[in-house]
Unconditional design. Structure first.
Ligand SMILES: [Zn+2]
Length: 448
């Protein structure tokens, strides 16, 4: 049995203090809603300001596009001239602590590749909210596939067309104008805002963000690092993790013979074909799913096939094929390799061939950014307010430049609302995406 507690008797004093508390709470509520309202007013003022920059932003896109910042290793002149245009913008729009980090590159006309870091001062320097974009672009590819000059950007039906306008200028311009809007409205954000404009992203980042992290690391564990260089069409994908990549080359050596006397040779193509089907068993071994990723499983796909014999009536003595594996980070690449080797040995014995395996690329996944990381939460809040959508932390199969941050133990998230036209002919940027993404950045800059 248990006794029901009777409620304590209220004294007159208790009643009075209750009333005071009630009044105080009401008063606080009014103040909080006033603060909220003034926060909303500030935010709306910033958004209006961003909208007023629409034509300027388009003009900057077109100007940046006219300096083809193709990496010297891809036959271009690098980012030198484009960096000058950007520095001019940065100097005129309230940034302090502007730094150019030069990574030596004797193939670039300047002898180096520029990386720009610029800070916009907030009320506190306890953390910095970084947006990192890259200045370099990939070559245009076949010109006849373009409807215009890829380096003379043109505007058509709400889109800007040109090489680099989406990858990565859309969000470079968006982030710069988010800061310009703060500056024009005379708003001091709660924390410092950092803009990083880097070189060499398209050819490995060795003279870009990798160099910046190694040589002059301005990043701190508590910083929010946003890399708007991956995303999807509705702006809901927040990339936080990636799979390990393993590319393998299989070379099968048999014995060449005439097509009419196969018994005098060993058909390498047949042996390799059996190996391809044998390797499909990897799907039955590494079955675990992780729903953070899309697709949620590890994938093991035979891809490229080199030609063997040029004629039909020869038994091929040598066969080469490749495989592209994207493996969930929970699995070790060594364990995958062990399984592949034993499958290969089985085929070698069965068909009396020799098979060599070469790793063309072996990139273990960087440690993922937590789906609950501050940078993810901040993005989700802003995406909800601006695009009325729920941002979903996602793992992908390909490598992004954010992995360099993650390897150095920083929590970075990739996000942008993009049409995914990067590297294609007639690459374009939807102007509304550029405007919306600028508001998302401004929203994050103004968050508590
Ligand atoms: Zn990019």
């Amino acid at each position: 049995m248990f006794k029901v507690k009777s409620p304590p008797h209220r004294t007159e004093k208790g009643l009075k203090s209750g009333l005071n508390k009630f009044l105080l709470l009401g008063y606080c509520g009014v103040i909080i809603s006033l603060i909220k309202e003034s926060g909303m007013n500030i935010m709306n003022g910033i958004f209006d300001r961003i909208d007023s920059f629409r034509n300027e932003m388009i003009d900057l896109q077109i100007k940046l596009c006219s300096y083809p910042a193709i990496s010297p290793s891809s036959g271009g002149e690098g980012e030198g001239k484009k960096a000058e245009v950007l520095l001019e913008f940065i100097k005129g729009n309230g940034f302090i602590d502007i730094e150019v980090i030069r990574a030596q590159d004797l193939d670039a006309p300047e002898g180096y590749r520029p990386n720009i870091l610029a800070l916009y001062k907030g009320k506190s320097s306890a953390k910095t909210i970084w947006v990192m974009t890259h200045m370099d672009v990939v070559p245009p590819g076949e010109l006849k596939l373009w409807n215009g000059n890829p380096f003379k950007a043109w505007v058509q039906e709400g889109k800007i067309y040109g090489r680099g306008v989406e990858d990565n200028q859309q969000d470079m311009v968006a982030s710069l104008y988010a800061v310009k809007a703060l500056h024009s409205e005379g708003i001091e954000p709660n924390y410092d805002v950092g803009i990083a404009l880097v070189a060499d992203e398209e050819t490995g980042s060795e003279k870009g963000i990798d160099y910046v992290i190694q040589k002059s690391n301005p990043f701190r564990k508590q910083d929010l690092i946003i890399v708007p260089d991956a995303g999807n069409k509705d702006g809901t994908m927040i990339e936080v993790a990636e799979k390990s990549i393993l590319w393998l080359k299989f070379k099968t050596q048999g014995v060449q013979a005439h097509g009419s006397t196969p018994e005098k040779g060993i058909n390498s193509f047949r042996a390799a074909s059996f190996l391809v089907t044998e390797l499909n068993n990897l799907y039955k071994i590494f079955t675990d799913k992780d729903h953070l990723f899309d697709p949620p499983v590890s994938t093991f796909e035979p891809t490229k096939k080199e030609p063997n014999v040029p004629n039909i009536n020869t038994i091929p003595g040598e066969d080469i094929f490749y495989m592209d594996c994207r493996i969930l980070p929970k699995f070790r690449l060594e364990d995958v390799m062990k399984n592949i080797e034993s499958m290969t040995e089985k085929i070698e014995k069965e068909f009396k061939v020799e098979i060599s395996i070469e790793a063309v690329q072996e990139a273990p996944a960087a440690p993922p950014t937590s789906p609950d990381a501050k940078v993810v939460k901040a993005l989700q809040k802003a995406i909800r307010d601006i695009y009325k959508k729920d941002g979903k932390p996602t793992g992908i199969g390909g490598g992004t430049v954010a992995a360099l941050f993650r390897r150095a133990d920083y929590e970075a998230a990739c996000w942008a609302k993009v049409e995914e036209t990067a590297h294609q002919p007639n690459e374009y940027c939807v102007i509304d995406n550029m405007m919306g993404d600028a508001k998302v950045f401004a929203h994050i800059f103004l968050q508590e």
